[in-house]
Ligand binder design. Structure first.
Ligand code: MG
Length: 386
């Protein structure tokens, strides 16, 4: 194995699922870690700071552990959202953005305008801020490589192809824990059941979004912004085994797919090394006897998918509103305040009331986000109050 010139890594959302797996990959392939960032001051983050003693450690809101972290980490310790935006601009680095939520957008823009490689796992950067990220890519020297398994699959399929030869993208969806459920069955599902994802191990918000298919709706929007493909040419197919990670159909009818056992460390590693590859430590794929099935998504039982298409086609601030309303609705569901089936009702109602505009600045996106959260909270209150 030859020496690969790996950029130093800035890992945002270090203590989360993507962050922890990124650090696994970094250790294995020998990528230096120059910064770790997280929302809260956790023991996981402290252990990571010990394992990477040269890394700066940023915490958005350290709360009552601020003094403890200060004395443990000294000069390495930085506090606040601004510290994360700043560290994302570390020269000549690869910024892995595994932040959960709309807070990830500022860091993504900061990384791109600094000319860095952005390994993007934060969905909200493209869902909420797609037009801004597009502009940053057009005007800056930065590059964006997707980490999400579906988009990594598409990225790998189209590498080396001419953009005009792409006819259609097909995103695969596991269907989540409630695949095959009727609307009636969905009415009674619990938080525990929603958090029990069949193939991927992820955080509570994205796992709930997988159960409603909102996650797939977000991925359709991400694909639109990443690959500049019209929504009419982006399809979703349910593939419960999660072996085929997505497909690309070309104008000559040829279809390419990226196939493998589900393991986020593979798309993470590819985002760090692309277009090169470094040896992995994954079990070989054995397709003998594998039963791979594909079915159409149930758009009636899972209306979030079409809410995503509608918001995507509306463009502008509509997708930021979609994301923010969903975040509030999912939190309300996880807190036991609204039933699972109310999530699309809340989000759809907020979208209906939104007057879409084209965001020019991050403040425009934040404004739409705040408005959406307010509306969604009121809607959840009304549902809870019965
Ligand atoms: Mg995905």
């Amino acid at each position: 194995m030859g020496r690969h010139p790996l950029n130093p890594l800035v890992v945002l959302g270090a203590s989360g699922s993507i962050g922890r797996q990124t650090l696994d990959v970094a250790t294995r392939i020998g990528a230096p870690v120059v910064a770790l960032a997280a929302r809260t001051a956790s023991d996981t983050l402290l252990a990571q700071a010990d394992a990477h003693p040269d890394a700066i450690v940023c915490v958005v809101d350290p709360g009552e552990r601020v003094d403890e972290f200060q004395s443990r980490l000294g000069d390495r310790f930085h506090v606040g959202q601004g510290a994360i935006t700043e560290v994302a601009a570390t020269k000549d680095s690869t910024v892995v953005n595994g932040v959960v939520g709309a807070a990830g957008l500022a860091a993504s823009l900061s990384a791109l305008y600094a000319g860095n490689r952005l390994a993007l796992a934060n969905k909200e950067s493209l869902v909420a801020g797609g037009p801004l990220v597009r502009r940053a890519l057009e005007t800056g020297d930065g590059e964006l490589i997707p980490v999400d398994s579906e988009h990594s699959a598409i990225w790998q399929c189209i590498t080396g192809e001419s953009p005009s030869s792409v006819a259609r993208l097909v995103l695969t969806a596991s269907g989540g824990p409630f695949r095959g459920f009727s609307q009636k069955q969905l009415a009674g599902v619990t938080v525990e059941a929603a958090l029990d994802h069949p193939t991927w191990s992820m955080g509570p918000r994205i796992t709930t979004d997988s159960a409603t298919l909102m996650n797939k709706a977000f991925e359709v929007i991400e694909a639109h912004y990443l690959f500049d493909i019209p929504y009419d040419n982006i399809d979703v197919v349910v593939h419960p085994q999660s072996i085929v990670h997505s497909l690309v159909e070309f104008t000559d009818g040829v279809v390419k797919a990226e196939v493998g056992l589900p393991d986020m460390r593979k798309p993470i590693q590819y985002a760090l090394t692309a277009p090169d590859r470094i040896e992995g430590d994954h079990p070989p794929l054995d397709l003998i006897g594998a039963d791979l099935t594909f079915e159409a998504p149930d758009r009636i039982a899972f209306p979030c998918l079409d809410l995503g298409y509608a918001a995507g086609r509306a463009g502008g601030t509509a997708t930021a509103v979609l994301n923010a309303a969903d975040e509030v609705a999912v939190q309300a569901f996880l807190s036991g305040d609204i039933p699972f089936v109310a999530i699309p009702d809340v989000v759809g109602g907020v979208l209906d009331d939104h007057e879409v505009f084209e965001p020019e600045t991050i403040e425009d996106v934040r404004g739409a986000d705040r408005w959406s959260r307010d509306q969604a909270r009121q809607s959840c209150e009304r549902i809870r109050g019965g």
